[in-house]
Design a protein around this ligand. Structure first.
Ligand code: FE2
Length: 238
């Protein structure tokens, strides 16, 4: 049986929603359908993962950083370009890695840290703390949820093949979609500092991708060239 056949067994896909048809209601309905169809529904996790991705996107949509929603999906897109067989935990982590920034009242703030790496580490840890209950509420298997949270915690520094892939996808995406907006908001000096930091943590493969990005604004192309040719960036080569 193919995936379309399984989908037909989901009552919430074929029956109109009642007035409580919000996202939380869908979780109940999915879990009930899984229980009722457990013999004929071996692919149940695929639907839960899709639902969890939508929930993560909904949370990130409320970020006040305008590039955050695009950056989340773009990081997932880069991950799948770098590794088409990336597992579901890694995919969830790619989408959710900056979820810390989504909730203004509790997000980790740069101003509270003297050291940029310490700020980034706290941002990553807090993101994992926010992601864990979201994945649990969506019914994601505990081992997948734990691994996704571990990867979010590690996304700024890497340290194993999956965490390194996530770090590359995140950094490439910064240059792909964040940099022009960051430049408009923060100006030359801060954008160059942030871009040097991002470039230093790229693998050799990812650096080749970033070096070929072409921006509409010539000033940003010039900034990227300065970053690529900066001797201190090369010293930190991976
Ligand atoms: Fe990011």
């Amino acid at each position: 049986m193919d995936q379309e056949h399984y989908r037909g067994r989901f009552r919430w896909r074929v029956r109109p929603m009642d007035k409580r048809s919000n996202r939380e209601r869908i979780v109940d309905l999915v879990q009930n359908d899984i229980k009722e169809n457990k013999e004929v529904f071996p692919e149940k996790n695929a639907f839960i993962i899709d639902y969890a991705k939508e929930k993560i996107r909904a949370v990130i949509a409320s970020s006040r950083v305008p590039e955050d929603p695009r950056h989340a999906d773009n990081t997932l897109e880069w991950l799948l370009r770098l590794e088409p067989d990336a597992g579901v935990a890694l995919q969830l982590a790619a989408l959710a890695h900056d979820i810390d920034r989504a909730i203004e009242e509790i997000k980790v703030r740069r101003a509270n840290f003297d050291d940029y790496d310490a700020f980034k580490a706290a941002h990553a840890r807090h993101g994992a703390e926010l992601l864990s209950p979201i994945l649990t509420a969506c019914g994601v298997a505990q081992d997948i949820a734990d691994e996704a949270c571990r990867l979010v915690t590690a996304h700024e520094v890497g340290g194993d093949p999956d965490a390194d892939l996530l770090k590359d996808a995140d950094s490439i995406s910064y240059f792909d979609v964040n940099l022009p907006l960051y430049y408009q908001r923060e100006g030359w000096a801060e954008t160059k500092r942030r871009s040097l930091w991002g470039y230093r943590r790229l693998s050799a493969r990812a650096r080749k991708i970033v070096e070929n990005i072409d921006y509409e604004e010539e000033a940003i192309n010039r900034l990227l060239r300065e970053v690529v040719h900066d001797k201190s960036a090369r010293l930190y080569g991976c």
